[in-house]
Write a protein that binds this ligand. Structure first.
Ligand code: B12
Ligand code: SF4
Ligand code: SF4
Length: 266
């Protein structure tokens, strides 16, 4: 299996991934919460190909929120596209393989809300690509949290990588993610999704409804025009195109792990 493992990794990097590793499905079956295991998604699963594409550092320097938002859409499309190709690559070699979406769809209610079929962070940790930090983010030693992830579950018995032993997060010495979160969603006790969402809502469909209310109430025709053309059109367009992209990214921006390391071009 060594040969096919090498071939899958090489193929993934050729397609545009910046990091790739293999996680053991057995280990994830034991550790993951219910309905987030490889086996429940693909009976007979043996391995999980985990990979990521780094975020551009320059995005964080732009004061224009649309640049950051567009990068979200771009990265998720790229990740899903490559994951689909990897699954095809494995099927052509006689194995079953399923890509798990990089973002939505997720289970909204039954399992306690907003749970994906696989935690890509968990898969990346198992695949030896990095560790989870205080912010809840997966931190790569090279890109910190500035990397978006996706996973492909397969019945191919690929050789698993060893999880990383060294800590990447600077922990108590740093706390920058805790201090900068506008929703106070991060603490030593963990991450609270509901609090984070309350900030995200300012920028998604709920925010859009609020914006429409403002349009209806605006008395000055110039202000009405500005709200319609400058804001509402782009919000509707982005929501339709990408589902409902969340838009706070402060905890990623401030993490010193992401700021100091840049990619070395081979
Ligand atoms: C739904 C969702 C959200 C929800 C939160 C849901 C929740 N319950 O946590 C909301 C909308 C609030 C959200 C916010 C954000 N998200 Co989000 N989100 C997801 C999504 C689609 C599912 C997450 C999920 O199922 N969580 C359930 C919990 C159990 O898993 P988890 O948080 O992924 O990981 C935990 C466990 O795996 C565990 N773990 C990790 N390793 C190990 C090892 C062992 C042994 C064990 C037992 C456990 C364990 O610790 C992790 C951290 O708590 C994932 C994509 C995916 N399929 O994974 C993206 C994802 C997690 N989001 C991401 C990002 C970037 C964000 C935001 C910055 C928003 C943005 N602008 O993009 C914020 C960050 C908030 C934060 N501090 O974490 C990235 C994270 C990349 C990274 N480097 O970590 C992901 C992976 C998307 C992607 N494809 O890259 N998100
Ligand atoms: S995305 Fe924003 S609101 Fe959510 S945890 Fe990170 S800093 Fe806090
Ligand atoms: S900001 Fe600091 S404490 Fe938070 S995850 Fe990054 S290194 Fe860890």
């Amino acid at each position: 299996m060594e040969e096919i493992t090498k071939a899958v990794k090489a193929f993934t990097l050729e397609q545009g991934a910046d990091v790739v590793g293999i996680g053991s499905a057995e280990a994830m079956n034991t550790e993951a919460r219910k309905l987030q295991t490889p086996e429940e998604n693909l009976p007979g699963a043996k391995a999980v190909v985990s990979f990521g594409i780094r975020m551009l550092n320059s995005i964080f320097k732009s004061p224009n929120i649309r640049i950051s938002r567009a990068s979200y859409v771009y990265l998720h499309h790229s990740l899903d596209n490559i994951a689909w190709k990897i699954a095809g690559f494995l099927e052509e070699r006689g194995f079953d393989a399923i890509p798990i979406a990089s973002d939505v769809p997720v289970e909204m209610m039954e399992r306690g809300g907003l749970l994906a079929d696989i935690s890509h962070r968990h898969a990346a940790v198992q695949a030896g690509l990095g560790r989870v930090g205080l912010s809840g983010h997966f931190l790569s030693p090279r890109f910190g949290p500035r990397v978006r992830l996706v996973s492909v579950i397969t019945t191919a018995p690929l050789t698993a990588d060893e999880p990383l032993k060294d800590e990447v997060c600077l922990g108590e010495k740093c706390r920058k993610c805790i201090e900068s979160c506008p929703a106070r969603a991060i603490s030593e006790d963990g991450f609270e999704a509901k609090k984070c969402l309350s900030v995200m809502h300012e920028y998604n469909l709920y925010g859009l409804l609020k914006l429409m209310g403002k349009v209806l109430n605006a008395e000055d025709p110039e202000e009405k025009k500005r709200l319609i053309f400058d804001r509402t059109f782009s919000e509707i367009y982005m929501s339709l195109r990408s589902g409902d992209p969340p838009f706070c990214i402060k905890c990623v921006e401030v993490c010193p792990n992401g700021q100091v390391k840049t990619k070395l071009t081979p």
